[in-house]
Ligand binder design. Sequence first.
Ligand SMILES: Cc1cc2nc3c(=O)[nH]c(=O)nc-3n(C[C@H](O)[C@H](O)[C@H](O)COP(=O)(O)OP(=O)(O)OC[C@H]3O[C@@H](n4cnc5c(N)ncnc54)[C@H](O)[C@@H]3O)c2cc1C
Length: 495
Amino acid sequence: MDATPHQSFGADWRNPAPAGVYDLLVIGAGPAGLRAARGAAALGARVALIERDRMGGVSLNVGSVPSKSLLRTARLYAEMRDAEDYGGRIVDGVAIDFAAVMARMRDVRARLGDSASVDRLAGAGIDVFFGHARFAGRDTVEVEGVVLRFRKALIATGSRSQTPKVHGLAEAGYLTNETVFDLTERPSRLLVMGGGPLGCELAQAFCRLGSRVIIAQDEPTFLPKEERDAAQILSDSLARDGIEVHLNTKVAAVRTQGGTKIVDLVSDDNLAQVSVDQILVGIGRSPNVEGMGLEVAGVRYDPVAGVEIDDFLRTSNRRIYAAGDVCLEHQFAHTADATARIVVLNALGARRERLSALTIPWCTYTDPEIAHVGLYVRDAWRLSIPVETYVVLMHDVDRAVIDGEDEGFVKIHVRAGTDRVLGATIVARHAGEMISEISLAIRLGLGMRDLNLVIHAYPTQASAVKTAANAYMRGHPPLWLRLSRRLRLLRRARR
Ligand SMILES: Cc1cc2nc3c(=O)[nH]c(=O)nc-3n(C[C@H](O)[C@H](O)[C@H](O)COP(=O)(O)OP(=O)(O)OC[C@H]3O[C@@H](n4cnc5c(N)ncnc54)[C@H](O)[C@@H]3O)c2cc1C
């Protein structure tokens, strides 16, 4: 392991002297905290930002950035593996250099971390403090023995990996997202616990980087929130990569023998035993709410759901707001960013921006990617909204065929009787890029008629969206077309 805690601050870091009462005091320098601190400073506010570990939070250090960096290299290896499908030939096989893969990941992280550096933030007029922040009262926070006063504060303390209760696991040792990116040696055999986005992405990455990977998910599908057909494509894809897939399976117990971890996997009808070198846990996230004096500040919270907020992101203490993973159901870097933006506007700009007004897409960056925005059909049913669905299979999309990436679909849900787009799921190599067009349509209240008017460059995979809109138009021709068709039929009948 190559851990680098507190690297943002350096050994001889000294916190600044507090500068009177802060207009906005931000706890946590992840995507939410950074966005809020920068946004508030740009408005001319006096801002304090407190971080106890690394600037950039989970996303930069142990989340989105390192995981997507590994996935990129993993895709390269998968393409080299499949070179013959494209008319290429790899002579003498492909050698995987794990140390070089991790070194690239660290370079990417350093490059993207530059904008979150303490120097850059201090240069923007933000007072940056290192240490664990704890509320000392309703308008004060204590850090490293110093008390800071605020008019408004933001809790952006994020989340951490949940700890599973499995007999023997703690003694055997396991990896989480906080430690897996510090590995210096590739595990030969890896068990991934959990089939959510984190588990699926890292299972695929490590498999393609040469580990023998087993994944255990205690539900009948991966990504249980996604549509069944999308989850099935992912399941097939993981199995095709060579991952040993165990669905409906619990990790029951772990013990060590020599350097090996022996794991009991239990499903309805089977007890299996697997031997691995490492276990990676990705079963969910817990909000960072403990040890912060939230009770003293009058901020209500739940240890599982996090800080309680209203639609304006205010907590039960009207001076204090929350944003990001610590209070949200949708735990993504972009929702952390979007909610922090709302906090700056509401806390400092006297605006009344609402959380419920956000259109939030998300994507699991496996191969193929699975992206979603808006309503699922099940949501529409629950809300008694009638829906029509338009599906285009990627194997009918020229560019997907050209690229050999023809697995997946674009599926758009429309409010029946209108052309209004309610939601979409895209399964495609670049689904994360393609979903933005649908997010824009939902955000602006656009319909399939509008999407049908968008000219897509040929050949692109995103043109599948237009093809879906075109299918809608064929079933719902405009009035002038319907009238001219009827007129033609009448004329023909008269002849
Ligand atoms: C492996 C993995 C992959 C991911 N991939 C993606 C992805 O591809 N796309 C995406 O959108 N999201 C992804 N996410 C989720 C994303 O990382 C989080 O949603 C995002 O980081 C949340 O931002 P945040 O600012 O709310 O909190 P965090 O990033 O968790 O930052 C909170 C900060 O607060 C600090 N802190 C906590 N308590 C205190 C305290 N008392 N005093 C001082 N400081 C404190 C912490 O040290 C931390 O730095 C991924 C997550 C993981 C784990």
